[in-house]
Write a protein that binds this ligand. Sequence first.
Ligand code: PRP
Length: 185
Amino acid sequence: MQDYQDVLAEILIDTASLQKRVAELGKQISDDYRGEDLLLICILRGGVPFMVDLSRHISVPHMMDFMAVSSYGVGKRESSGSARVTLDLQMDIRDHNVLLVEDIVDSGHTIAAVLQMLGTRQPKSLKVCALLDKPERREAHVPIDYLGFTIPNKFVFGYGLDLDEYHRNLNFVGVVDLDKYKPAE
Ligand code: PRP
């Protein structure tokens, strides 16, 4: 695996901007769900750093659960146009206010599939919080109720988004230099 410094073209969203926006989203969510039940559902794996940081800024009591949906194969950067649940929730979401937490909405197929599936389980409400939105890539229309940043159609990594499974831990969102990046075999 290449060091991230060797493939970083530019920092798209720096640490201070991320922290500020995540805190704002946490405040907004806290205001909206005050006095209400709340269940955060993290879409693994990219949503983990965002959900952990976001949760610390949500002042209303809330629960967490996790699910995994596969839409991209390892090493592929294009959406397959379909999504498959590879890890289902532990909790019964019936009558709970569910907020899906995602790192990025790209084609929209992942969130569209999750919304459709969870919608059948009779949650009290079902909303979406995404850190990043790449609208130029959208194929499936999905509502994003809470959004961190709209970004251009660039290959980004860091803060949950991987580069061949590495570098999800970075505290910024960077753009990959495609002239220097060598995809994993
Ligand atoms: C990424 C990302 C979203 C999805 C967005 O996940 O975390 O879940 O793709 O793409 P879409 O809008 O085109 O469906 P990925 O499948 O790469 O898994 P990961 O989170 O484990 O990296």
